[in-house]
Write a protein that binds this ligand. Structure first.
Ligand SMILES: Cc1ncc(C[n+]2csc(CCOP(=O)(O)OP(=O)(O)O)c2C)c(N)n1
Ligand SMILES: [Mg+2]
Length: 447
């Protein structure tokens, strides 16, 4: 019943939207070429002219897509028409504090991993503006898929320090019950899907979600309009999943905003070795997707571009939009990486000095008289104290109950799972001194 209703809705929407044009085109293209026409009408290229000038399109001769910015590196708004007027100073201060929170948390957690208190960590240094700026333009109804370097999205959406720390320490309060590597956050509310390690898998999933939202909107037009926002790195865009997802989103006209963070590296592979085209933006255009390249160090540009992308994504029943956000990965890839093995320290230092989304917004706030050194020092001190409080509490907290190893795959445990649990129980009873059973919630009884 539900599926047939969905089917009717899709069919109705298809008639109402893009397919109307497509079917006309197909119909007219079936009347072969009109004599004397200067246009070609192949089914796969419906609007192009004949030419007797044989010239190959050479991407290397085309200008690179420009990078949109609102604010320069001195925190000055370049074109006063783009002064952020749709948002209060208080809200802008919240963005600043959110970027600072993630930045301070990164420093603490990176160190904690080095001390052996945490198994793994990834920082998002230099990319806080992309995450916080774009997330600030989304509504609470929008659905989000992330890669792993977007802690700022979680922070902007209200993920609490306790939630961050519970996941990082895999304790019993972790919503994922300690089954994931650190940094693979996720929570049903505020509607952010759990991060998964295999690159790019979230991109087709996000397109599928956007298609579902489109169908939902047709079934229930009174539901608040919503889009999917899907984040990924430029390295992930080398996966087949990226291409399938973009093409699917384009052909099915799905309401989705793709946010590609182009930070110059996929672990040790620099972008020059990843592609020869004009970044990831040119691929969006290739798939017939409205695309913009944005300065990722400029939080105002990120917000404005995402807000507009969101509006466009909802227009006429839905369409995808691609944002390529440019930045430089000033950090190592993760705690498992030493990037000075493949890039010069001086290059990183140069980028750190040259630009940074946090310093840029700070300059803007100071120019406005909204911020000063004293506030900076006090805020940093307070945030550090808040983070350390949750850090210490989470580190001391019990690990998830042992039974969580078996739950949440099937609604109830299968016979095989029951047998495996029993086998584990016997093993733990036989060798209790080999395991730190009491660090788990309920000890052996928690199995
Ligand atoms: C399918 C798959 N292949 C390879 C990896 C290993 N891997 C993890 S992160 C990464 C680089 C991704 O680079 P990018 O998408 O640019 O994100 P960034 O780390 O720069 O934020 C690679 C190759 C993986 N996790 N999954
Ligand atoms: Mg990258």
């Amino acid at each position: 019943m539900a599926s047939s209703l969905a089917g009717r809705c899709i069919a109705r929407s298809a008639r109402r939207h893009s397919s109307v044009k497509v079917s006309n085109v197909r119909w007219s293209s079936s009347i072969s070429q009109r004599p004397g026409s200067d246009h070609v009408r192949f089914p796969g290229a419906v609007n192009n002219k004949f030419t007797s000038d044989m010239s190959f399109s050479r991407p290397s001769t085309l200008p690179a897509m420009a990078t949109y910015r609102v604010m320069d590196s001195d925190g000055v708004i370049v074109d006063k028409a783009h002064e952020p007027t749709d948002v209060s100073n208080e809200e802008i201060l919240t963005w600043y504090k959110n970027m600072l929170t993630v930045n301070i948390m990164d420093i603490i957690m990176f160190e904690a991993q080095r001390q052996g208190r945490l198994s793994f960590y990834m920082v998002s240094a230099g990319e806080e503006g992309i995450a916080v700026g774009s997330a600030s333009a989304l509504t609470e109804h929008d659905v989000i898929y992330c890669q792993y370097r977007e802690a700022g999205v979680f922070q902007q959406r209200g993920f609490t320090l306790k939630q961050f720390m519970s996941q990082l320490f895999s304790n019993k309060n972790d919503s994922g019950h300690g089954r994931n590597m650190p940094v693979h956050y996720g929570l049903q509310h505020p509607r952010i899907f759990t991060i998964s390690s295999p690159l790019a898998t979230q991109i087709p999933q996000a397109t599928g979600s956007a298609y579902a939202l489109k169908v939902q909107a047709l079934q229930n037009p009174n539901h608040p309009s919503r889009v999917v926002a899907c984040y990924f790195g430029e390295g992930a865009a080398s996966e087949g999943d990226f291409h399938a997802a973009l093409n699917m989103a384009a052909t099915r006209s799905c309401p989705i905003v793709f946010v590609c963070r182009n930070n110059g590296f996929a672990i040790s592979t620099p972008t020059l070795e990843q592609y020869r085209g004009d970044g990831i933006a040119s691929r969006g255009v290739g798939y017939g997707i409205d695309t913009i390249r944005v300065d990722g160090n400029d939080i105002f540009a990120m917000r404005e571009a995402t807000k507009e992308a969101r509006r466009m994504a909802l227009k006429d029943g839905g369409r995808p939009v691609l944002i390529e956000a440019m930045s430089y990965r000033v950090s190592h890839h993760s705690t498992s990486d030493d990037s000075f093995a493949y890039r010069a320290r001086v290059e990183v230092e140069d980028w750190k000095r040259r630009d940074n989304p946090i310093i840029r917004l700070r300059k803007w706030l100071e120019n406005k008289g909204l911020w000063n050194e004293e506030l900076e020092q006090q805020t940093r001190k307070d945030l550090r104290a808040d983070i350390l409080k949750e850090f210490n509490a989470a580190e001391r907290e019990k690990k998830p109950a042992l039974k969580e190893m078996f739950t949440d795959v099937y609604e109830t445990l299968t016979e095989e799972q029951e047998a495996q649990r029993e086998e584990l129980r016997k093993h733990l009873q036989k060798y209790p001194e080999e395991y730190n059973l009491n660090s788990h919630d309920g000890g052996i009884k928690g199995l």
